[in-house]
Design a protein around this ligand. Structure first.
Ligand code: FAD
Length: 442
């Protein structure tokens, strides 16, 4: 079972008509709903399960600029600015704290990679730097002896995945958004080629704009609109401990493990370098799109043929809009965690930081991450489908950038000057001849 998420009150009836419908109540959909409602735009946020039931409650909770893809840096800078004032803005607790994050450099090649990244980050005056020796030892006991150096960004931080999107959704609701849970959107109606309504399991909602922020379901949803989104899923697992005294406040990533302190005094721990890739029918369809990413990350990706193949084959079939959709069949995607990788991570963590030996593991869970071939999201309108905005494919780092992305989506939906240039996130990069690939060596 997934983590317990703060509950959010929802409407009992769907509105018949709004300006904007948002599909998906994760950090992206809730943030977009909040910024739109704040501006007086009428919004319906439709979530098939509960708010933050999928990736947005299952992630590590890292909010970071460090090691960001350079194409995302302007947006994460804005996002951190928004996180800073978010508790006040939403009058709630998102768990955001600036506690610093360290990325260990275990080899000379890692040091060179981080130096390259610092070069990319330099124009944005991010306070990140390499630390080593005694200074690193003071931050992370044993780190100075064990590693060549570490990339440190003091102004990076953490927020609570089980609290943040719910707090933002509640604020969106107070600002006037209709928050609809257990409300799957089955499909879309168009009129003269333009989005004109969605069909939910509870009826029709007319709208001018539709935002698809459906995480791992976006590929399936957009296929019904005749659009091909080259998106696959990666499974990542997390364990949570009971409150624990002793280990550091600063979050750490290294090859063997990653951890960060939680607001409740416990820790989230994960394997730093293992992600499981279920082989599904789309793996073959999108093989060539993902080949550069596979080459870049082949050491950390473990391919698996398991029940997901049949599940996705089953879910791909077309379903008439007056019948229950795959979105209702699976209210909350809740994959089984890959426990063996978590146990290995904990063993190695205890070897390095003995205060973790007292850790009582109280829960494990997994999430399916929506990944794109170039590991950056799509936040974009779509040529030929007026009224549609896609916001998906955050590729394992959408929690931290969520508020910034929500603000950008709101700007695009309202047709005002966007908070950052959204060009890198355009959907058309998959069809306009762009060489779509991750930036190597960062
Ligand atoms: C284990 C793990 C660790 C991670 N660690 C980090 C981290 O430390 N920092 C970071 O920044 N990011 C991290 N991420 C990534 C981050 O969690 C995601 O990028 C982010 O949560 C994506 O948010 P989202 O709103 O796009 O998607 P989601 O949170 O997945 O939300 C999509 C929602 O859409 C709903 N939905 C789908 N289809 C429909 C439909 N037809 N009708 C109605 N509702 C629908 C789903 O039920 C779901 O709730 C991690 C992810 C995982 C799994």
């Amino acid at each position: 079972m997934g983590p317990v998420v703060d509950p959010v009150e929802a409407e009992h009836r769907i509105p018949s008509s709004v300006d904007v419908v948002i599909v998906g109540g994760g950090i992206i959909g809730t943030s977009a709903a909040f910024f739109l409602a704040q501006k007086g735009v009428s919004v319906a946020l439709c979530e098939k399960g509960h708010i933050a039931g999928e990736q947005s409650s299952r992630n590590w909770g890292w909010v970071r600029k460090a090691r960001r893809d350079p194409r995302e840096i302007p947006l994460i800078v804005e996002s951190l600015r928004l996180w800073e004032g978010l508790n006040g803005e939403v009058e709630g607790e998102t768990g955001f704290r600036r506690t610093g994050i360290l990325f260990a450099a275990e080899s000379d090649a890692d040091v060179a990679r981080y130096e390259t990244w610092l070069g990319h980050a330099q124009p944005y005056q991010i306070e990140a730097r390499l630390v080593a020796g005694n200074e690193l030892d003071r931050m992370m006991p044993g780190g100075g002896r064990r590693w060549k150096a570490a990339l440190y960004c003091a102004t990076d931080g953490r927020a609570e995945p089980q609290k943040a999107a719910p707090a933002i959704a509640a604020a969106a609701r107070r600002a006037g958004a209709a928050v609809l849970t257990n409300c799957a959107v089955r499909g879309v109606e168009k009129s003269a080629g333009k989005v004109s309504a969605v069909i939910t399991e509870h009826g029709r909602i007319a709208c001018n704009t539709l935002v698809v922020a459906a995480g791992a379901w976006s590929r399936r949803f957009l296929k019904d609109l005749g659009l091909t989104l080259p998106q696959l899923k990666v499974r990542a697992s997390v364990m949570r401990t009971a409150p624990l005294d002793g280990p550091p406040e600063t979050a750490l990533w290294c090859n063997d493990f990653a951890f960060r302190k939680r607001l409740d005094g416990g820790y989230n721990i994960a394997n730093g370098n293992v992600n499981v890739v279920p082989i599904v029918p789309d793996s073959f369809r999108f093989f060539s799109n993902f080949l550069p990413a596979l080459r870049e990350d082949h050491k950390s990706l473990k391919l698996r043929l398991d029940g997901r193949f049949r599940q996705e084959l089953h879910e791909a079939r077309p379903v008439p809009l007056d019948q229950p959709s795959p979105y209702e069949e699976t209210r909350v995607l809740d994959p089984a965690p890959d426990s063996e990788y978590l146990r290995t991570a904990l063993d190695r963590l205890v070897e390095m930081i003995p205060s973790f030996a007292a850790a009582e593991v109280v829960q494990e869970w997994a999430g399916l991450i929506d990944v794109m071939p170039d590991a950056i999201p799509v936040i974009s309108g779509v040529d030929g489908v007026p009224g549609l905005i896609i916001a998906t494919g955050f590729s394992g780092h959408g929690f931290g950038i969520g508020p910034g992305a929500g603000r950008l989506i709101a700007d695009l939906a309202m047709g005002v000057a966007p908070i950052v240039d959204p060009g890198e996130f355009r959907f058309s990069r998959f069809s306009d001849g762009t060489r779509v690939r991750p930036i190597a060596g960062i």
